[in-house]
Design a protein. Sequence first.
Lengths: 408, 169
Amino acid sequence: MPPAPIFATLDPDRAFLERAPLLVRDFVTGLFPPSLQWLAGNLLAVVVIVLFFASLFALLTLAERKILGRIQNRPGPNRTGPAGLLQPLADAVKTLVKEDIVPRAADQVLHFLAPVVLVSLALMAFAVLPYGRHLVPVELDAAVLYFFAAGAATELAVFMAGWASRNKYSLLAAMRALAQLISYELPLLLSVVPVVMLAGTLSTTGIVAAQAGWTYGVIPHWHVLTPWGAAGFLLFFVSALAESNRSPFDLPEAESELIAGHLTEYSGFKYALFFMAEYFGMTALCGMGVTLFLGGWQAPCAFLEFIPSYAWFFAKLLLLLGVFMWIRGTLPRLRIDQLTRFAWKFLVPLALINLGTAAFWQLSAGWSGPALQLARWLVALALVAGPFTLLGRRLSAGVAPRTYRYAA
Amino acid sequence: MILLLALLILVPAAAAMLRRNLVHSALLLVLSWAGLAAFYLWSGAEFVAFAQVLVYVGAVSMVVLFAVLLTRQNPDRAAPPDAAARLRAGAAVLTAAAVGAVIGHAILATPLPAAAGAPPVLTVRQLGLELMGRHAGSLLVIGALLTVALLGAVVLAAAEPGEKPGGKP
């Protein structure tokens, strides 16, 4: 067998950088006796995921504060270390040494369990994301279902946090948070269904494989570049914003109005754990969005395939996370009635119609020839844009555009 | 292994019945459902296990918890039960025992064929084809039933036209 070239444009499957993580894994598991190697392999994956995403979380908090600062025309944290780079470390020390206050009336066990359950469930979601060509921690036949099952169970932790605090404001805030999470779970799941339908599989590797290939070597076959995929991606993105409690849907925590909602009675490291779970959830949902709509680890052009697949995955992931932060710096917070109305009257119908668009796309897959292809695109685009415009017009009738009169 | 799973399912269920605190009971019940999902996973029914978590641990648990929170709890529940309550409890236990006996007898009387060879490995695709092909009728009936139940709940919850919504914010 000839040695693998470092940059293989012809066979990226065998390039050295592509296989480097596998070689490291084989080296580490090789240190163990053969009977324990499967266990060592799995534990290694767990350790790498926890360490990697925990450090990504630290960097994200810093990046978020820096970017938000710049958006608001201030420098952001810049005192700890060079250019504020050690700020996450300082934050970690601060939350670790802070006193952990548990209200006397609180349900001690549940109060302690809530952050633990939340973080562990948020971490579980990372298990099925394909990070690269050979980098899937767990291959599951029903991986997408697993991902959303892990996500759905986090609602329980939110309830536990609000109820166990034995504080009526915490409880009310938890109910509001649950109303939001449940409302947006529906469009989130419905926007994923077309992808599963057209890829014909629930496995994440299968979905990435379904988006392989390029037209003319430059236009990738990603789902986001089809009419139903673009609509689905936007629906998924908005619902993901709401599911991870990000602005403009950050009502559950609304720091300026609700003193952190269901987290009011949490302090010290438990509060940090909630914060961590929020970022984990956000990262996992972005990773799922990349996998489902943005081609996963596929390179955007054929000649860019020499860059290893995991680099592409994380580039797309960081791009999506950056958009999340950008939105947080741009949009004001919604009111709770606007929030639920938006979910049930706008997102859910559009997601259902998108299901029909995807079905049409699937049925017309056999159409060939430029005229029929053009017709296919036009019909699909009309199916996406028509309901969007009509529904938007109807819902905003009498409400928008608003006129404001300012003092002279 | 099966004993461990049985413990994981039965102990929270038993504890749920014994707790005085309704929210604790509900959360223990959720733990029991999660144990059921673990059992499905152990027996190789991956899809059913994840669906169980998604539907029961994720959704039904919320319905139960909301129901518990939104119904008024009687503060003086600690009072000793009166004679009528005892009678009702006795009747309930008797009925449960009778139902249990019938079901137990039915299970014991049914000849269960021993599993021959390797268990079938079903992919999600096969499951979907089965559901949409052979069992499409029953699937539709269940869908219609759930829709009717949902509509009924909406009708019950909706305010009457003349009625004023309680308390303006």
